[in-house]
Design a protein around this ligand. Sequence first.
Ligand code: NAD
Length: 481
Amino acid sequence: MLKIENYIGGELTAPISEKYLDNFNPAVGEVYSLIPDSDERDVEFAVEAAGKAFPIWSKMSAETRHDYLMRIVRLIERDLDLLAEAESVDNGKPKSLAKAVDIPRAVSNFKFYATAAMHFSSEAHETVGQAINYTLRQPLGVVGCISPWNLPLYLFTWKIAPALAAGCCVVAKPSEITPMTAYLLSKLCIEAGLPEGVLNIVHGLGAKAGSAIVAHKNVKAISFTGGTKTGQDIARIAAPMFKKLSLELGGKNPNIIFADCNYEEMLKTTVLSSFSNQGQICLCGSRIFVERPLYERFKTDFVERVSQLKIGDPLESETNVGAVVSKSHLEKVLSYVDLAREENGKILLGGKIAKLEGRCKHGYFIEPTIIENLAFDCRTNQEEIFGAVVSIQPFDTETEVLRYANSTEYGLSATVWTENLSRAHRVAEKLESGIIWINCWLLRDLRTPFGGMKQSGVGREGGFEALKFFTEEKNVCIKIN
Ligand code: NAD
């Protein structure tokens, strides 16, 4: 069986413990590879290697760093199909989705930050008649990047690329649930000739390898994407050490549909924003609020459209809904369907395990689920499910729907459907979410600030924000008289 290896100091290495964890293919429900069960000793080596590489990497010109990152880009592009298949097997998502979204986005992340570093500049402030101040932005040193399982290579590279571009050296940990494409990336980094120690990838459990990265005194910053509870655990360790922290956490996003919307566009997009990647995208809209005059029409059409989605083998091109990432996640999602029933929810569609034939007969599949008749403040509508489960609910006024939308402790993203421009601005201004889409969903421009409010996180990724995060600002004041 394939043994995934750590990537430390430019080499692929076994964990010091020589222990491995099982890695499942969720579509077939079987172990298909082994993951290093790394611990603080592996992290120590990785931090050391990164520390050694830092003086050279940080002093290279932005253009030289750009050239290295672009070599990695070309290799990811070359291996697009292979990486998409690996992502699909590891995560359960349809290969077509990995090929259209996950892997191309990994390419874009590296391209975007390879070039951004060359355009990154700092300010000068003239204190007229007295002094000139200028800002130095210096790479922090060794930084930690920790990512989740839902968009594995996509989110892993979203952190690593700006860190490397800014001149930092990285110790990164992908999710132990989906380690494969990070492993394949480490091989591509070796092929690209990335200098040893610049990027180190340590595989293993969050509570062991992950927390060792967070607690290491020589790791200057942590860029983390994952659950809110894990974000709290990380902050508890990192905050007293005064590490820089970027935390991209959970969500419970509202999708607000006004009766004057472009109906067909809204319907088509709402199917995607609800169920893409089996609902396992932090930006999926899981609470759908529909203005009352449109409610019954929407309900009928939405149930009809969603029932047409094909649940199937993720490797087949016509599959729309693949497997859920793990058995325990499947159980978690189904437990919320049970909770919804207890909370008087009416299951309009789905709510059960989907049984497949053949190769996938033991895989983890759930029917896309639509629930109505839930109170806006019940647990099903307040807690993050992170699966293919949405609730629909009518509303009468803007004030009422804003109250519903803003009622959760999360504030990641929101979608609004209306053709009324003034209303769109008004509602966007009042929504407590870091990202608001009007008449669209997941339309991304990598220059924009990305992140959440409230329990959805601290800090913003994207654009120059990420380069600023991975650098320390220093003001130099020169007296001129
Ligand atoms: P998770 O918090 O369980 O794990 C995320 C990563 O953190 C994994 O690599 C894990 O090994 C590591 N980890 C776990 N415990 C740790 C610890 N104590 N110290 C250091 N590292 C630790 O999250 P998950 O289940 O992998 O991902 C799902 C969550 O991620 C959802 O809540 C989802 O909303 C969130 N998410 C947020 C965004 C965003 O941009 N805001 C994007 C994607 C996913």
